[in-house]
Design a protein around this ligand. Structure first.
Ligand code: SER
Length: 327
């Protein structure tokens, strides 16, 4: 039987790039993209696309049977800042969605593998803040973090009890240029680059010396596929793996941007997201991922800044040209 992958939350920051990368590797027809949004020509021309709400278990089960899905990337979730604005909805989407996917994998043996993204948000004030170990106090203070850690525990439970092959990573903040992130605390680190290429000053919602673990999208995709392709017997945990590439503060990132765009200006007006950032690690120890399945990132801060600014500038010129043609 051919492997068919369903991406849930395919229009999000991660979903857009994971689905494109998988389609490149295995063919457009082998990847079924799903999201809450109604289909558009731009979505369906790239390959199969379904409008789907992951909190609806019946619709999800029907789609999985119809398309003979063997692998699911369950990427739909409310992130930390959106979750604090609407904790009830964050619980509903993040928990019901995850349970629906896990129950489906338990019952439907055609499903071979599940991917569940976790986050640095599973850590809290009692976690060591520097080089946070893989196994540590998990006392998240956000609804997002609570749902991600509960999700991790469910993944480990469904693996041990029902043999579901579910794998997970604790992503740091992910930085990318193709699709914007939405509703996260680490989003500032993407906004900075957009402002820089538009020659606009940026007002950061975190203090200048707030360190957080971060990663460039190509590294996030590489780590995800490496984990999903690792032989089962190399995985020593079924909780999510700690994962990191770079740790920096807004001030350090601004200095990196200024190497390429010397006129970039940044100022700081911390809001409610500062407390979220303060409850998360400054840096992460991901030695278990390195030891178990050979994780090693490619991008440091300056390499990422160069690539982000380059790609966003090209995108801006392309959009300007389109506008000029259409006007
Ligand atoms: N990027 C996420 C957020 O800021 C953390 O996983 O909510």
């Amino acid at each position: 039987m051919k492997d068919i992958t369903m991406i849930i939350g395919a229009n999000g920051q991660l979903g857009t790039e994971i689905s494109a990368a998988l389609r490149e590797l295995t063919g457009a027809d082998t990847v079924i993209c799903t999201d809450l949004a109604a289909p558009t020509a731009a979505l369906t021309e790239k390959g199969p696309y379904l409008q789907l709400d992951v909190t609806n278990a019946n619709i999800l089960a029907e789609a999985v049977s119809k398309y003979k899905v063997t692998h699911i990337y369950h990427l739909a979730a409310l992130l930390s800042a959106s979750g604090e604005k609407n904790p009830d909805l964050a619980w509903k989407v993040n928990m019901e969605g995850t349970l629906n996917v896990l129950n489906l994998a338990r019952e439907n043996k055609q499903i071979k593998q599940i991917y569940f993204p976790s986050s640095i948000a599973v850590f809290g004030p009692n976690t060591p803040i520097e080089n946070t170990p893989q196994f540590s106090a998990n006392d998240p203070t956000t609804m997002y973090g609570i749902t991600k850690y509960t999700g991790e525990l469910l993944c480990a439970y469904y693996n041990a009890k029902f043999g579901v092959d579910v794998r997970s990573l604790r992503y740091p903040g992910i930085i990318s240029w193709k699709t914007p992130p939405g509703g996260g605390t680490t989003d500032y680190a993407v906004d900075t680059y957009h402002h820089a290429v538009n020659n606009e000053p940026y007002t950061c919602f975190l203090k200048k010396d707030t360190f957080l673990p971060m990663m460039y999208m190509p590294d996030a995709i590489k780590a995800t596929f490496q984990l999903m392709n690792a032989p089962e017997d190399t995985l020593s945990t079924r909780l999510a793996y700690n994962l990191t590439a770079i740790s920096f503060s807004p001030e350090e990132q601004a200095a990196s941007i200024k190497k390429y765009m010397p006129d970039f200006q940044i100022s700081y007006e911390p809001d409610f997201r500062q407390a979220i950032a303060d409850s998360w690690p400054n840096s992460i120890d991901d030695s278990l991922a390195r030891a178990d399945w050979g994780w090693k990132p490619d991008f440091d801060l300056d390499a990422m800044s160069r690539d982000m600014l380059d790609n966003l500038s090209k995108l801006k010129h392309h959009e300007n040209n389109l506008e000029a043609v259409n006007s």
